[in-house]
Write a protein that binds this ligand. Sequence first.
Ligand SMILES: Cc1cc2nc3c(=O)[nH]c(=O)nc-3n(C[C@H](O)[C@H](O)[C@H](O)COP(=O)(O)OP(=O)(O)OC[C@H]3O[C@@H](n4cnc5c(N)ncnc54)[C@H](O)[C@@H]3O)c2cc1C
Length: 474
Amino acid sequence: MSANQVFVQASGDLPDRITVANEQAILSEGDYVLVILNRALRGEDNPVIDAAYHHAQALSLPIVVYSELDEQADWANDRLFYFALGAFRECAIALKKRKIQCVQVLKRKGEEDTMRSLLPRAAAVYTDEDYTFRDRARLDRILAIANQTVFFVDAARLVPTRQLAKGLKTTPAFRKAHGELRDRYADLRKEVIASKTVGETKAQKLSLPSEHSFADYSDTAIKALIAQCGINHSIKISEKHPPTQTEIDTRIKILKEKILARYKWIRNNAALEHSTSQLSPYLHFGMISPYQVLAAIESSDVSKTYTWKFRDEFLTWREWSHYQAFYVPNLHEYEALPEKAKQTLEDHASDPRPELRSDEDILNGQTPDSTWNAAQNEWSTTGWLHNNLRMYWSKQILRFTQTPEAAWKMACYINDHFSLDGRDPATYASMQWAFGNAKKGYSEKEIYGWVAPKSDRAILKRDGMKAWIEQRNM
Ligand SMILES: Cc1cc2nc3c(=O)[nH]c(=O)nc-3n(C[C@H](O)[C@H](O)[C@H](O)COP(=O)(O)OP(=O)(O)OC[C@H]3O[C@@H](n4cnc5c(N)ncnc54)[C@H](O)[C@@H]3O)c2cc1C
């Protein structure tokens, strides 16, 4: 059976979201169609599940959903494991409602590899495709084991990245190309969701190598499990950003009622309680889809004249970062910076750095800059930082570190390990902006060269910001 035959009757956007990722045969026999969710950790509005469902229908098979969290991941720590397992739990609850069997594994060092035992019985494999080096490594692992066709599905973006023209070089060029496809993909997604059949897979209870899911875990049970893991326990769980569906629903409600109409004017003030949606951790772990956010905006009473700025951040900037990660696989490396940026930073690498600090001082927010320290303290204790402060924070690291490359490594380390939404295309694309993949500065400066610096003058003028900084530095 060819990929086209499988999808000839598939509805909506599915054919545009799916890529055949290997040259293995599509098997006509198997016990199930296997869905491996890496970061699209949700049971609803999930194109990976939708696509696997169509295939399973054609073969008269059920689908089984698998996810794993690896104790040996370089970023493994209490904060991120707690969030990821919370996402697993919500996903398992949603799948249970849809009567889809699911296997969720906390992969411990030296224990049996459950994915290896599930794969041989699958007629085909569907998995969500993302583009950072960690996402690519997860996909490579699947491809190395699979002896059946693996389908990659674009489940993280409203407009599938592969449907955009190659070679878009600037944000305005991306905005234009992306803007032309948004309505089309929103309509097509709506069509899939409205299609009554999706989700009613063959209800057949299979005997699986592992039956485990986190659906019934309490918070206490998840915390106890994390405490036993061989991971970094020094980065604590963030109580401020709980990984629950209830929290997502609350944030969506606040976005619609308190933020959307004023976003353009309030979005830069980190001291305001509700100036931005704080949805990025939930988007990063795929607990909510871009279409679900868009549908929420459209169901609000706020007119497009007011919502365009939010749409632009959320659709242009977010998906532009994914596009960059797709075409630049080493976007997370200093090496990937534009030559001009590297050259000017290199020209100033031996400039005196009077504010140089040890790694420990930087991580603990002990620098001569109280705005920076407050931002670092907020990020390291809560796992989330406001965009306006991230912009300032990222530019200053060059002042505190020995070389531009050391600054890059430190900035990525903090984003990858402390930030709930870190390890994302937006992490590295934003860091690229900070380190000079943007308009050059007005003059050549010490340490920065032609990379535009950023002062905290405007930040300090915003209502409540001085008090916000003081509180974080207490
Ligand atoms: C140095 C630096 C590092 C960053 N690291 C990350 C990161 O690791 N992960 C991450 O998701 N974002 C990152 N961003 C982008 C942005 O800061 C966050 O997406 C935003 O602060 C998340 O808050 P929010 O959900 O309240 O955003 P809102 O303003 O409510 O926007 C809604 C959504 O749109 C997207 N979005 C908004 N602004 C941007 C942007 N500038 N670039 C890309 N997407 C955007 C996010 O998914 C966000 O959740 C970084 C920015 C900078 C300057």
